[in-house]
Write a protein that binds this ligand. Structure first.
Ligand code: S3P
Length: 424
């Protein structure tokens, strides 16, 4: 895709539903008794992979524009799948479903695309095995394809070496089927959508600091889930408005759960002009209309417990930092190396090709902002967040940028380019 500089951006946009909440809505809906209606569902490739997997497990799921209706089979109602479950590009599907499938009375196989086949699965295989699960990585490399032989599970207390909501959620889902309480402690609190949704579906779940404990469940009960807009998708518009001259964008109905909203505080600290108008909701998942205007920006240091609250927004923040005076340091973010791509390496390579003063570190990157960017050939390496971040950079660079594999945005934001185009 060819992208050139835009003069300014203005208007209002509604981004698609939150990816994490959409996945969890299907999963808990499938395991609940009765019907679950998910409004504002993200019809992106990742969440559609989750739907297809549960259909293969016997769950009836209907799609209507942005609503999904799941006819739950109850905690013990899934049926043995005939074929391998295809998770596509979705790490969330792979890891969270591993926790569910580990406890079933049948064998299943999970497999996905080339990126999924490189992503570390031992982080869920190890704790689930401690619970009694029987999961093997077919290639013996700790990655998919995975064969999961369902087993009776025991409750454990697990201290996770990584702050990962995917690891935490896999263990909590398995814990629903265990013979006693299951507790997970993280080094820093990661996104808590699973905890909130499990509670709404009737599970007995308690949170104390960085520890979450779930009790075995008899039954979960179908709910209406209202999915707010995904802050990870809103991030591209927030950054674009901040760095494009004379711009003002309002993103409506964005989820601002505190475990996800780190980008708002960091952008404010960098000098961004941001207004957050909160809407009222009752399910523990707050949402807001976010308005960002262009302004002068300066560099900051981002690290520690903030990282899990903006982990998926770091590619977009790297672009923002190129337009901020002074130095931005991103540290404690080694998890970026095991996302859909190695996001440290590819963002540094792409932004350097455009003329940015940027270097990779062991656990993040250092960006000396304020250098003019110029058009270049940049590669998304089929990573949706890299594609959208580089599109925003290209819109603020001299000359033409050729973005390779731009279409991979279908993973989380199928109409991204059209929505951005409308604001130019
Ligand atoms: C997700 C958690 C995060 C995030 C991913 C979605 C989730 O991964 O990067 O896009 O829905 O639980 P980790 O939990 O592995 O950090």
């Amino acid at each position: 895709m060819n992208i050139t500089r835009v003069k300014s951006l203005s208007g209002t946009v509604r981004v698609p539903g939150d990816k994490s909440i959409s996945h969890r809505g299907v999963m808990l809906g499938a395991l609940a008794k009765g019907q679950t209606e998910i409004q504002g569902f993200l019809m992106g490739a990742d969440c559609l992979s989750t739907i297809e997997c549960f259909r293969k497990l016997g769950v009836k799921i209907n799609l209507y524009s942005d609503t999904v209706v799941v006819k739950g089979l109850g905690l013990r109602g899934l049926r043995p799948p005939i074929h391998t479950l295809d998770v596509g590009n979705s790490g969330t599907t792979t890891r969270l479903m591993s926790g569910i499938l580990a406890a079933q009375q049948f064998t299943s196989k999970l497999d996905g695309d080339a990126s999924i086949r490189k992503r570390p699965m031992n982080r869920v295989i190890l704790p689930l095995s401690e619970m009694g699960a029987d999961i093997t990585s077919d290639g013996g490399n700790g990655c998919a394809p995975l064969t999961i032989n369902g087993r009776p599970l025991h409750g454990i207390s697990y201290t996770s070496p990584v702050a990962s909501a995917q690891v935490k959620s896999a263990i909590l889902f398995a814990g629903l089927y265990a013979d006693g309480d299951t507790a997970v402690t993280e080094p820093y609190v990661s996104r808590n959508h699973t905890e909130l949704m499990l509670k709404n579906f009737g599970a007995d779940i308690r949170v104390l600091g960085k520890t979450v404990t779930v009790s075995p469940a008899e039954e979960l009960y179908g709910q209406t889930v209202t999915v707010p807009g995904d802050i990870s998708s809103a991030a591209y518009f927030m950054v674009a408005a901040a760095i494009t001259p004379n711009s003002e964008i309002t993103v409506k109905n964005v989820g601002i759960n505190p475990t996800r909203a780190g980008i708002i505080d960091v952008m404010k600290e960098m000098g961004a002009d941001i207004k957050v108008e909160e809407n009222t909701r009752a399910d523990g998942e707050p949402s807001a209309d976010i308005t960002v205007k262009s302004s002068a920006l300066h560099g900051v240091t981002i690290g520690g417990e903030t990282i899990p609250t903006l982990i998926d927004e770091i590619p977009a923040l790297a672009v923002l930092a190129c337009f901020a005076e002074g130095t931005t340091v991103i540290r404690d973010a080694e998890e970026l190396k095991v996302k859909e791509s190695n996001r440290i390496d590819i963002m540094v390579k792409n932004l350097a090709a455009m003329g940015a003063d940027i270097e990779a570190t062991e656990d993040g990157m250092i960006i000396h902002g304020g250098k003019e960017l110029h058009g270049a050939v940049v590669d998304s390496v089929k990573d949706h967040r890299v594609a959208m971040s580089m599109a925003v950079a290209a819109m603020n660079a001299d000359g033409e940028t050729d973005l390779i594999d731009a279409h991979c945005v279908k993973i989380s934001y199928p109409h991204f380019y059209e929505d951005m185009q409308r604001l130019t």
